[in-house]
Design a protein around this ligand. Structure first.
Ligand SMILES: [Zn+2]
Length: 234
Protein backbone atom coordinates (compact mmCIF):
# COMPACT_ATOMS: atom_id res chain seq x y z
CA UNK A 1 0.00 0.00 0.00
CA UNK A 2 2.78 2.34 0.98
CA UNK A 3 4.48 1.67 -2.34
CA UNK A 4 1.31 2.29 -4.33
CA UNK A 5 0.84 5.65 -2.65
CA UNK A 6 4.29 6.88 -3.54
CA UNK A 7 3.91 5.66 -7.11
CA UNK A 8 0.57 7.28 -7.64
CA UNK A 9 0.71 11.04 -6.99
CA UNK A 10 -3.10 11.34 -7.15
CA UNK A 11 -3.50 8.92 -4.29
CA UNK A 12 -0.92 10.77 -2.21
CA UNK A 13 -2.79 14.03 -2.70
CA UNK A 14 -6.07 12.44 -1.68
CA UNK A 15 -4.58 10.97 1.47
CA UNK A 16 -2.95 14.28 2.38
CA UNK A 17 -6.26 16.09 1.98
CA UNK A 18 -8.10 13.58 4.09
CA UNK A 19 -5.76 14.26 6.98
CA UNK A 20 -5.90 17.99 6.53
CA UNK A 21 -7.87 19.92 9.14
CA UNK A 22 -10.87 21.79 7.79
CA UNK A 23 -11.02 25.33 9.17
CA UNK A 24 -14.41 26.57 10.38
CA UNK A 25 -13.36 29.95 11.71
CA UNK A 26 -16.45 30.92 13.68
CA UNK A 27 -19.23 28.73 15.03
CA UNK A 28 -21.65 28.62 17.96
CA UNK A 29 -21.48 24.82 18.21
CA UNK A 30 -18.64 22.48 19.24
CA UNK A 31 -16.58 21.36 16.25
CA UNK A 32 -16.43 17.71 15.30
CA UNK A 33 -14.26 15.43 13.17
CA UNK A 34 -11.59 17.07 11.09
CA UNK A 35 -12.78 20.61 11.78
CA UNK A 36 -10.67 23.19 13.56
CA UNK A 37 -11.70 26.72 14.48
CA UNK A 38 -13.17 28.93 17.17
CA UNK A 39 -16.35 28.29 19.10
CA UNK A 40 -17.95 31.56 20.13
CA UNK A 41 -18.34 32.22 23.86
CA UNK A 42 -20.25 35.11 25.43
CA UNK A 43 -18.12 36.53 28.26
CA UNK A 44 -21.23 37.10 30.42
CA UNK A 45 -21.94 33.33 30.58
CA UNK A 46 -20.04 30.70 32.60
CA UNK A 47 -17.07 29.31 30.66
CA UNK A 48 -17.05 25.52 30.52
CA UNK A 49 -14.51 24.58 27.86
CA UNK A 50 -14.85 21.17 26.26
CA UNK A 51 -11.83 19.01 25.45
CA UNK A 52 -10.13 19.72 22.12
CA UNK A 53 -12.19 22.86 21.42
CA UNK A 54 -10.85 26.37 20.99
CA UNK A 55 -12.75 29.55 21.70
CA UNK A 56 -13.13 33.23 21.05
CA UNK A 57 -14.49 35.16 24.02
CA UNK A 58 -16.07 38.59 23.88
CA UNK A 59 -19.04 40.86 24.41
CA UNK A 60 -21.34 41.03 21.38
CA UNK A 61 -22.87 44.45 20.58
CA UNK A 62 -26.31 42.85 21.10
CA UNK A 63 -25.45 42.11 24.75
CA UNK A 64 -24.01 45.45 25.89
CA UNK A 65 -27.03 46.34 28.04
CA UNK A 66 -26.50 43.20 30.11
CA UNK A 67 -23.00 44.34 31.14
CA UNK A 68 -24.07 46.61 33.98
CA UNK A 69 -20.61 47.02 35.52
CA UNK A 70 -17.02 46.46 34.39
CA UNK A 71 -16.68 42.97 35.89
CA UNK A 72 -16.91 41.40 32.43
CA UNK A 73 -13.61 43.07 31.54
CA UNK A 74 -11.83 41.26 34.39
CA UNK A 75 -13.51 38.02 33.34
CA UNK A 76 -12.43 38.54 29.74
CA UNK A 77 -8.87 39.29 30.78
CA UNK A 78 -8.65 36.19 32.96
CA UNK A 79 -10.14 34.02 30.18
CA UNK A 80 -7.52 35.31 27.73
CA UNK A 81 -4.95 33.49 29.84
CA UNK A 82 -6.79 30.19 29.24
CA UNK A 83 -4.91 27.98 26.74
CA UNK A 84 -8.13 27.19 24.83
CA UNK A 85 -9.06 30.85 24.31
CA UNK A 86 -7.38 32.09 21.13
CA UNK A 87 -9.23 35.28 20.16
CA UNK A 88 -11.32 38.19 21.41
CA UNK A 89 -14.86 38.32 20.01
CA UNK A 90 -17.23 38.36 18.61
CA UNK A 91 -17.29 42.07 19.27
CA UNK A 92 -17.91 45.05 17.05
CA UNK A 93 -20.52 47.53 15.89
CA UNK A 94 -24.05 46.98 14.65
CA UNK A 95 -25.71 50.10 13.28
CA UNK A 96 -29.13 48.44 13.10
CA UNK A 97 -29.29 48.39 16.93
CA UNK A 98 -30.90 51.08 19.07
CA UNK A 99 -27.81 51.05 21.30
CA UNK A 100 -25.97 54.32 20.53
CA UNK A 101 -22.93 53.86 18.30
CA UNK A 102 -20.78 55.81 20.79
CA UNK A 103 -21.59 53.25 23.46
CA UNK A 104 -20.81 50.40 21.09
CA UNK A 105 -17.47 51.99 20.17
CA UNK A 106 -16.65 52.41 23.86
CA UNK A 107 -17.25 48.70 24.55
CA UNK A 108 -15.37 47.74 21.41
CA UNK A 109 -12.33 49.82 22.42
CA UNK A 110 -12.20 48.17 25.84
CA UNK A 111 -12.03 44.77 24.14
CA UNK A 112 -9.47 46.02 21.63
CA UNK A 113 -7.25 47.16 24.53
CA UNK A 114 -7.31 43.66 26.04
CA UNK A 115 -6.74 42.04 22.65
CA UNK A 116 -3.69 44.27 22.16
CA UNK A 117 -2.38 43.63 25.66
CA UNK A 118 -2.61 39.85 25.20
CA UNK A 119 -1.85 39.80 21.45
CA UNK A 120 -5.10 38.05 20.49
CA UNK A 121 -6.79 38.43 17.09
CA UNK A 122 -10.27 39.99 16.95
CA UNK A 123 -13.41 38.31 15.61
CA UNK A 124 -15.61 41.17 14.43
CA UNK A 125 -19.37 41.49 14.16
CA UNK A 126 -20.05 44.29 11.70
CA UNK A 127 -23.45 45.42 10.44
CA UNK A 128 -23.44 48.61 8.36
CA UNK A 129 -20.28 49.54 10.22
CA UNK A 130 -17.41 48.66 7.89
CA UNK A 131 -16.39 52.32 7.63
CA UNK A 132 -16.47 52.66 11.45
CA UNK A 133 -14.15 49.68 11.80
CA UNK A 134 -11.89 50.92 9.03
CA UNK A 135 -11.59 54.20 10.92
CA UNK A 136 -10.99 52.48 14.26
CA UNK A 137 -8.28 50.28 12.78
CA UNK A 138 -6.54 53.30 11.26
CA UNK A 139 -6.74 55.27 14.51
CA UNK A 140 -5.50 52.43 16.68
CA UNK A 141 -2.66 51.48 14.32
CA UNK A 142 -3.36 47.95 15.54
CA UNK A 143 -1.12 45.24 14.11
CA UNK A 144 -3.41 42.42 15.23
CA UNK A 145 -5.45 40.38 12.76
CA UNK A 146 -8.95 41.92 12.58
CA UNK A 147 -11.26 39.23 11.18
CA UNK A 148 -14.66 40.28 9.83
CA UNK A 149 -16.97 37.34 10.47
CA UNK A 150 -20.18 36.76 8.47
CA UNK A 151 -18.70 39.06 5.87
CA UNK A 152 -21.17 40.45 3.31
CA UNK A 153 -19.99 43.80 1.91
CA UNK A 154 -19.55 44.75 -1.75
CA UNK A 155 -16.41 44.47 -3.87
CA UNK A 156 -15.44 48.16 -3.54
CA UNK A 157 -15.56 48.03 0.29
CA UNK A 158 -13.72 44.72 0.19
CA UNK A 159 -10.82 46.29 -1.71
CA UNK A 160 -10.48 49.06 0.89
CA UNK A 161 -10.69 46.66 3.83
CA UNK A 162 -8.23 44.24 2.24
CA UNK A 163 -5.74 47.05 1.72
CA UNK A 164 -6.02 47.91 5.41
CA UNK A 165 -5.11 44.31 6.24
CA UNK A 166 -8.52 43.05 7.39
CA UNK A 167 -9.27 39.33 7.23
CA UNK A 168 -12.60 38.05 5.92
CA UNK A 169 -14.67 35.09 7.04
CA UNK A 170 -17.53 34.13 4.75
CA UNK A 171 -20.46 31.94 5.69
CA UNK A 172 -23.66 30.52 4.26
CA UNK A 173 -24.67 33.85 2.68
CA UNK A 174 -22.22 32.93 -0.06
CA UNK A 175 -24.32 29.90 -0.98
CA UNK A 176 -27.43 31.96 -1.58
CA UNK A 177 -26.00 32.93 -4.94
CA UNK A 178 -25.57 36.56 -4.08
CA UNK A 179 -23.84 38.19 -7.00
CA UNK A 180 -22.48 40.95 -4.75
CA UNK A 181 -20.78 38.64 -2.28
CA UNK A 182 -19.29 36.46 -4.98
CA UNK A 183 -17.72 39.55 -6.56
CA UNK A 184 -16.34 40.46 -3.15
CA UNK A 185 -14.87 36.97 -2.77
CA UNK A 186 -12.81 37.57 -5.90
CA UNK A 187 -11.28 40.70 -4.31
CA UNK A 188 -10.09 38.99 -1.12
CA UNK A 189 -6.39 38.12 -1.12
CA UNK A 190 -6.17 34.33 -0.51
CA UNK A 191 -3.96 34.92 2.54
CA UNK A 192 -6.77 36.95 4.19
CA UNK A 193 -9.61 34.48 3.63
CA UNK A 194 -11.62 32.25 5.99
CA UNK A 195 -14.92 30.37 5.96
CA UNK A 196 -17.40 29.69 8.77
CA UNK A 197 -20.82 28.26 9.58
CA UNK A 198 -21.66 30.67 12.48
CA UNK A 199 -25.13 29.75 13.82
CA UNK A 200 -26.02 27.63 10.80
CA UNK A 201 -25.91 23.83 10.78
CA UNK A 202 -24.78 23.85 7.13
CA UNK A 203 -21.84 21.59 6.36
CA UNK A 204 -18.68 23.74 6.11
CA UNK A 205 -17.48 21.57 3.21
CA UNK A 206 -20.29 22.80 0.98
CA UNK A 207 -19.07 26.38 1.51
CA UNK A 208 -15.52 25.40 0.47
CA UNK A 209 -16.79 23.56 -2.60
CA UNK A 210 -18.96 26.49 -3.65
CA UNK A 211 -16.21 29.08 -3.06
CA UNK A 212 -13.65 26.96 -4.91
CA UNK A 213 -16.00 26.89 -7.91
CA UNK A 214 -16.31 30.68 -7.82
CA UNK A 215 -12.54 31.12 -7.51
CA UNK A 216 -11.85 28.56 -10.25
CA UNK A 217 -9.69 26.48 -7.95
CA UNK A 218 -10.19 23.16 -6.16
CA UNK A 219 -11.73 22.72 -2.71
CA UNK A 220 -8.48 20.96 -1.69
CA UNK A 221 -6.31 23.93 -2.59
CA UNK A 222 -8.69 26.27 -0.82
CA UNK A 223 -8.69 24.07 2.29
CA UNK A 224 -4.92 24.14 2.32
CA UNK A 225 -4.74 27.93 1.87
CA UNK A 226 -7.24 28.60 4.68
CA UNK A 227 -5.51 26.15 7.00
CA UNK A 228 -2.25 27.95 6.32
CA UNK A 229 -3.96 31.26 7.20
CA UNK A 230 -5.31 29.76 10.42
CA UNK A 231 -1.96 28.36 11.48
CA UNK A 232 -0.19 31.64 10.70
CA UNK A 233 -2.58 33.63 12.93
CA UNK A 234 -3.34 31.24 15.75
ZN1 LIG B 1 -21.63 34.38 15.45
Amino acid sequence: MQKLETQNPKLVTLNTTRNLKLVNLHTHFPLTGQQIGLVNHNVLLPFQPQAEQFYSVGLHPWDLDQATDDKWLDTLESLLAHPQVLAVGECGIDRTLETPVEKQIHFFRRQLELAEKHARPLILHAVRSYSDLLQLKKQSASKLPWILHGYQANAETTKQLAQMGFYFSLGTALLNDRQKLNQSLAEIPPSQLFFETDESTENIESIYIFAAGQLKTTAEKLRYQVLENYQRIF
